[in-house]
Design a binder for this molecule. Structure first.
Ligand code: NAD
Length: 469
């Protein structure tokens, strides 16, 4: 698996038996994804169930060793994996994109392998003795989206493995090859049946989330699908970690230096061409710096190259699929039709191959415009003017989602005070969207529940058991 072609040959379905996967930047077919059925899923769950006791019996130390070796295998295959990811997902090789994502996948695997988790003595006072342990759940189902397919799969797989569970992964129909390839590389090292990928549609996803032999579902995707999973998991009382949609607000206070923050604002909004759950999607800027912030942001944005991901110069790419392209087009049109001022972009080039939508900044958008109210998940940022901090906070907190948010100010203490009033799982100060394998991450309101990463993330993949006595 040391070239992109050999990696693809390993995972692609035989011609005529699979489903075409198309490069969203060019329209070219890159390979065929296997089409797995509900009975394939059932068979995989049985294998996972059979493999689980042996995997758990290895103990934390040996499992961690194997996970570290799997991370080494990912690093050894990093370039072919990135080449595949670029062709399937569309994100460029360079910038915070494909190579970065593959590096994140091995990094998060290492972190989950290396994080200590000791039993916790809750009380030991001579009269009482109680110790809290985390036992394996059994078989974990992992359902993922198409925006960061490799990295998000590892966020789901790694803590599950570390805690002694086996995993059945159902990747997005849009990016199955990336996850199949990643797991094929990990499986050079891991015992058979410990991690399997079922490349199926939403019917397979629905079966996975109601399957009687799956104890927990890790889900990352839209809020609508998250609600469907809550319903279908109810009969078996499954544990759930739900990382759902966001529509993150950024609040720029009057004391910022617009030029100094422009680049970080840009990447906070446009990382992965805006197709990131915790990207900045609504920018509230104080009246006194509004024009300067708009100008500085437009200057940065105008100079960031977008194009086919295999071209080493590009750092922004296409939308991943037609459905997403249509959503972004509709929402940008809504802002333009309501009198939004286009600072940059605003309209796709009809003659261009692929699902490219240009980097778009729209100023003077009303807060109730659909481009602000709905999660646009693309390279378009509405900029809303405010004059009163309470008004900005009311707008930022006015939606029923709360994944991330940010506050921008040259006074960090003041920014922290404002951050405490924002309803979001993470509030960044003078940046947006940065994540770390040891810092817990999760949403509030309809952005989901449960935490990923760090010790909290490991605990979420175990069954708590108290030994009392
Ligand atoms: P999606 O909900 O359409 O699909 C996600 C996965 O769910 C796919 O694998 C799909 O096949 C599966 N699925 C669909 N219907 C199902 C059902 N009834 N039962 C079980 N599985 C089912 O989401 P998407 O469009 O792939 O991803 C984009 C969304 O994900 C955005 O809303 C984004 O904000 C969110 N997201 C959130 C995070 C986070 O950490 N909170 C990270 C990335 C993406």
């Amino acid at each position: 698996m040391d070239t992109f072609e050999s990696l693809l040959a390993e995972i692609t379905a035989a011609p005529g038996t699979g489903r075409d996967i198309v490069n969203p930047a060019t329209g070219e077919v890159i390979g065929q994804a296997p089409v797995h059925s509900v009975s394939d899923l059932d068979a995989a769950v049985s294998r996972a169930r059979a493999a689980q006791p042996g995997w758990a019996a290895l103990g934390h130390e040996r499992r961690s060793e194997l996970m570290l070796q799997a991370a080494d295998a990912i690093d050894a295959a990093a370039e072919p994996l990135a080449q595949l990811l670029t062709r399937e997902q569309g994100k460029p090789l360079n910038g915070p994109n494909a190579r970065f994502e593959v590096g994140g996948a091995s990094g998060w695997l290492r972190a989950a392998a290396s994080t200590p988790l000791e039993p916790q003595t809750v009380i030991d006072d001579g009269e009482n003795h109680a110790v809290l342990h985390y036992r394996p759940i059994g078989v974990v189902g992992a359902i993922g989206p198409w925006n960061w397919p490799m990295m998000i799969s590892v966020w789901q797989i790694a803590p599950a493995l570390r805690m002694g569970n086996t995993v059945v992964v159902k990747p997005s129909e849009y990016t199955p090859l990336s996850v199949l390839a990643l797991v094929a590389v990990m499986n050079q090292v891991l015992p058979e049946g410990v991690v399997q990928v079922i490349s199926g549609d939403r019917e397979v996803g629905a079966r996975l989330s109601s399957h009687p032999e799956i104890g927990k579902v890790m889900f990352t995707g839209s809020t609508a699908t998250g609600k469907a999973i809550i319903r279908s998991s109810a009969d078996t009382v499954k544990r759930l970690t739900l990382e759902l949609g966001g529509n993150d607000a950024g609040i720029v206070l009057p004391d910022v230096d617009p030029k100094a923050i422009a680049e970080d604002l840009f990447w906070g909004a446009f990382i992965n061409t805006g197709q990131t759950c915790a990207a900045l999607k609504r920018l509230y800027v104080h009246d006194s710096v509004y024009d300067e912030v708009c100008a500085a942001l437009a200057e940065v944005a105008a100079n960031v190259p977008m194009g086919v991901g295999t071209d080493e110069n590009n750092v922004l790419g296409p939308l991943q699929n037609k459905q997403q392209f249509d959503i972004v087009t509709r929402l940008v049109d809504a802002a333009k039709n309501a009198g939004g001022r286009v600072l940059l972009g605003g309209e796709a080039d009809a003659d261009q191959a692929g699902y490219f939508f240009p980097t778009t900044l729209i100023a003077d958008v009303d807060n109730d415009n659909p481009l602000v109210q709905e999660e646009q998940f693309g390279p378009a940022l509405p900029i809303v003017r405010y004059s009163d901090l309470d008004e900005a906070l009311a707008m930022a907190n006015g939606l029923d989602v709360g994944l991330g948010a940010s506050v921008w100010s040259s006074d960090r203490d003041k920014a922290r005070d404002v951050a405490a009033r924002v309803q979001a799982g993470t509030v960044w100060i003078n940046s947006h969207g940065g994540i770390h394998p040891m810092i817990p991450f999760g949403g509030v309101k309809q952005s989901g529940y449960g935490l990923e990463f760090g010790v909290e993330g490991l605990k979420a993949l175990g069954v708590p058991q108290v030994i009392n006595g």
